[in-house]
Design a protein around this ligand. Structure first.
Ligand code: ASP
Length: 374
C-alpha cells in the first residue's frame, strides 16, 4: 500500500466540534473524539492531531493566536503536507490574519482554517463536509493561510464573516477566491501569482501581537471628547477608528463632533490612529472625500482595502514589531508613528492590494498585473 500523505489537524474549538446540551452549544469535554465524525478521512490522508485549546472563538485573544502559530511552527518540518485548523467562525478571519502575519510572506506550506455553522450532530449540516474539504485543500500546493468554507477557499487575511446561519458564511470582498471546491479543488491561477515557488525562503516567524489597541466604531454625533481619557491612558498604545464609507471621519463642528483635533492631539502624543471601514472592504483603495483627507492630514493612517479584521490584526502585529525595533535601537523612538504608518501601508502577506475591478479584468499572465501585485 502506498503511504498516505500526512497532515496535522489543530483543533481549537468552535461549532464544528461542539455538543448541544439543553439547547446550549458548548465545546465538548473531550475534543479527542473530534475526528470520529469523518472516518472517511482515513481513506486518503493520515491525520495527526493537536489540541492547544477548546473554545468558542469569541474567547480567542492574541495570546491564543501566538499559541496556535507556535504549535504549527514547531511541527513544520515533521513531514506534514499541510495543516488544518478547526476554529469557530466568529473570529476565524482574525486568527487567519494573525497566522498569515506570524508566518510572513515566505510561508511554504498550506495552513487551512475551517469551521462550521452547525454542530456535527446536525445530519444535513456542514461540520463533516467542511472538515473533509479542508483536509483535501491542505494537500494542495497552496502555500497560504486560507479559509476553506462551503464551496470556497479564500485568502485568510482577505476574508470576513458575512452570515451567522447560512453555509456560505464567509466572503472576500476585495480579492477573488483562491479556489473553488468542485469535484476537484479548482485552484485559481491568481492564487499562485503572488507566491511563485522561487520566492519561498525560510519562514520569518514573528508571532507577536501587541496589547493596548482600542477600536471605536463611529456613529453620527459621537463626541471625540468622551474617548480622550481612555485613549490617553497609558494602557492604550494605538487606536482604530472604524469609519463610515470608505474611510470617512467627521471633520465639521470643531470642538463638538469633528475628529480632526482629536487625531492631531492623540498622534502628537505618539499614539498612532488607523482608519478602517464599517463596510466590507471593496475596491476602494483610498477615499477621495474631504472628511477622509482631513483625517489623514491630521495624522491618521489609512488602511486601503484591507478588511477591518486584517487591519486590526496587522496593527497589533506592527505595534509589537516596532516596539521591538525601538528596544533594539534599530528605530529611534521619535520615529515610532512614522515607522508604524510605513509598515501599515506596506503589503506584507497579500492583505492589501489592487481593486477588485482590476483583478476581475485581469488575465493570469498579464505582465502589468504581476507588476502591480508585487
Ligand atoms: N460562536 C461560535 C464560535 O465562533 C460560532 C461558530 O463556530 O460558528 O466558536
Amino acid at each position: 500500500m502506498p503511504e498516505k500523505p500526512r497532515i496535522c489537524l489543530v483543533y481549537t474549538g468552535g461549532t464544528i466540534g461542539m455538543v448541544e446540551e439543553d439547547g446550549v452549544l458548548r465545546p465538548p469535554d473531550n475534543p479527542e473524539d473530534f475526528l470520529d465524525m469523518a472516518p472517511e478521512l482515513r481513506g486518503f490522508v493520515d491525520v495527526d492531531t493537536c489540541f492547544p485549546m477548546n473554545k468558542d472563538s469569541t474567547n480567542m485573544n492574541p495570546r491564543d493566536w501566538e499559541r496556535i502559530a507556535r504549535e504549527i511552527h514547531k511541527r513544520r518540518n515533521d513531514g506534514y503536507q499541510g495543516f488544518v485548523v478547526a476554529h469557530g467562525t466568529d473570529t476565524m478571519h482574525f486568527t487567519a490574519s494573525a497566522l498569515a502575519f506570524a508566518f510572513g510572506p515566505n510561508l511554504n506550506f498550506p495552513i487551512v482554517l475551517t469551521g462550521a455553522q452547525t454542530h456535527p450532530q446536525v445530519l444535513h449540516g456542514d461540520a463533516r463536509i467542511n472538515l473533509i474539504r479542508a483536509c483535501k485543500v491542505a494537500l494542495e500546493p497552496l502555500a497560504e493561510v486560507s479559509i476553506c468554507f462551503g464551496d470556497f477557499v479564500y485568502r485568510g487575511c482577505r476574508a470576513q464573516k458575512k452570515d451567522e446561519r447560512r453555509f456560505d458564511a464567509f466572503e472576500s470582498p476585495a480579492f477573488p477566491p483562491l479556489a473553488y471546491i468542485t469535484e476537484t479543488i479548482d485552484i485559481q491561477p491568481l492564487a499562485q501569482l503572488e507566491r511563485p515557488p522561487e520566492m519561498a525562503g525560510e519562514v520569518n516567524f514573528r508571532p507577536h501581537f501587541s496589547d493596548g489597541v482600542l477600536q471605536v466604531s463611529l456613529i453620527p454625533g459621537l463626541e471625540p471628547d468622551i474617548l480622550l481619557e481612555s485613549v490617553l491612558a497609558s494602557g492604550c498604545k494605538g487606536v482604530i477608528l472604524q469609519s463610515f464609507g470608505a474611510g470617512n471621519v467627521p471633520d465639521r463642528d470643531a470642538g463638538e463632533f469633528s475628529f480632526e483635533e482629536f487625531i492631531g492631539e492623540v498622534v502628537g502624543r505618539g499614539k498612532p490612529i488607523i482608519i478602517t471601514s464599517q463596510f466590507p472592504a471593496g475596491s476602494t483603495l483610498y477615499s477621495s472625500y474631504a472628511p477622509h483627507q482631513t483625517a489623514v492630514n491630521a495624522g491618521a493612517i489609512p488602511t486601503g482595502n484591507m478588511t477591518s479584521a486584517a487591519a486590526a490584526v496587522k496593527f497589533r502585529w506592527v505595534l509589537s514589531l516596532v516596539e521591538r525595533e525601538i528596544q533594539s535601537g534599530v528605530v529611534p523612538i521619535g520615529q515610532r508613528v512614522q515607522r508604524i504608518a510605513k509598515l501599515m501601508e506596506t503589503k506584507t502577506v497579500g492583505e492589501l492590494g489592487p481593486a477588485t475591478v482590476e483583478l476581475a479584468d485581469s488575465v493570469p499572465n498579464n505582465v502589468e498585473l504581476r507588476r502591480v501585485l508585487r
